[in-house]
Design a protein around this ligand. Structure first.
Ligand SMILES: Cc1cc2nc3c(=O)[nH]c(=O)nc-3n(C[C@H](O)[C@H](O)[C@H](O)COP(=O)(O)OP(=O)(O)OC[C@H]3O[C@@H](n4cnc5c(N)ncnc54)[C@H](O)[C@@H]3O)c2cc1C
Length: 284
């Protein structure tokens, strides 16, 4: 049995593991190696890298730092979380027990199955409004999604870009409390352009010119594990208190999966706090 199991090896999970391990507790990090960081071409807004750093490099640096401190990491997918006498974490390949668990599963930014989206990643397709909005200053952009997350991303973009249209790709928009919300609910056929995105083409062959599209589809899967064990979820984010503890004693969460600012600095901070809170929480 481990003292602590951490699900996720992005900035939140690794930061938590470092704080736990340095206090000589046994810690296992389980992850599918699919951090949002790995999709990030260049990071210019994180402290300490004068020329910026690629997401992949920052991710690998974190993993190596944790390994050098003796953190055990395995590559596996967690499918279930239960509490019996201890926490039981089930992966595709095995089962593990721990006194405490930290969820650092990020948020679900899967690319939608629309022709052109994958091809234009980094060339007009973005997964993060707060990161990339300035590249679209005074331009016409779209947000793909139909829920609260899409509306949140639209709000981040609005003060910077010329116009934002929400494209729901055939779904109904979740709400319409913004008077000036521009929404197109038609199914999308493809996104097109030359070197960069230039337009969205709909199934009915109408078109809309845009310079960028921000993907903000539902984030349900990041909260699934918390839901399974009965932790409270609000707007698809795991609810935590000021110590990063969820509504289930001994279960903590940190990083993108708790919502708010989806940035590395916030994930690192919350990971540190979750790690320190676990140390106080479990009986040594
Ligand atoms: C394209 C893009 C550009 C960005 N640019 C910036 C930027 O410039 N600056 C900035 O500060 N932030 C940026 N971000 C945001 C930043 O990458 C995230 O805020 C940060 O990575 C979140 O860290 P995290 O540890 O919470 O989650 P993640 O980094 O997403 O890590 C989640 C971890 O959980 C694992 N996981 C999930 N589910 C399971 C499961 N069931 N079983 C096992 N493992 C699981 C994943 O494999 C992964 O290891 C960007 C994000 C994207 C997508």
């Amino acid at each position: 049995m481990y003292d602590v199991i951490i699900v996720g090896s992005g900035p939140a999970g690794i930061s938590a593991s470092i704080y736990v391990k340095r206090r000589k507790l046994s810690v296992l990090v389980i992850s599918t190696k699919n951090s949002a960081l790995e999709k990030t071409e260049k990071i210019e807004n994180y402290y300490g890298f004068e020329k910026g750093i690629t997401g992949k490099e920052l991710y690998n640096n974190g993993i190596n730092q944790a390994k050098n401190l003796g953190v055990e990491l395995i590559n596996d997918e967690v499918v279930s979380l239960k509490f019996l006498e201890n926490f039981e974490v089930e992966t595709i390949n095995s089962k593990y027990e721990a006194k405490a668990v930290i969820l650092a599963t990020g948020t679900n930014r899967n690319a939608p199955d629309i022709k052109g989206i994958k091809e234009f990643e980094g060339k007009g397709v973005s997964y993060c409004a707060i990161c990339d909005a300035y590249f679209y200053k005074s331009k016409d952009v779209a947000v793909l999604g139909n829920g609260n997350y899409a509306i949140y991303e639209m709000e981040q973009l609005k003060p910077i870009v010329n116009s934002v249209t929400i494209l729901t790709n055939g779904s109904k928009i979740i709400e319409n409390r913004h008077e000036d919300l521009q929404v197109i609910e038609k199914p999308i056929k493809e996104v097109k352009g030359n070197n960069k995105i230039e337009e969205v083409q709909f199934e009915d062959n109408t078109k809309k010119s845009i310079s960028g599209i921000f993907i903000a589809q539902g984030i349900a899967s990041s909260s699934d594990l918390a839901r399974q064990i009965g932790a409270r979820i609000e707007n698809n984010n795991i609810v935590v208190d000021e110590n990063m503890q969820t509504t289930v004693p001994g279960l903590f969460a940190c990083g993108d999966c708790t919502g708010g600012l989806l940035q590395i600095s916030k994930s690192v901070y919350e990971g540190a706090l979750a790690g320190l809170s676990v140390l106080k929480d479990i009986k040594l």
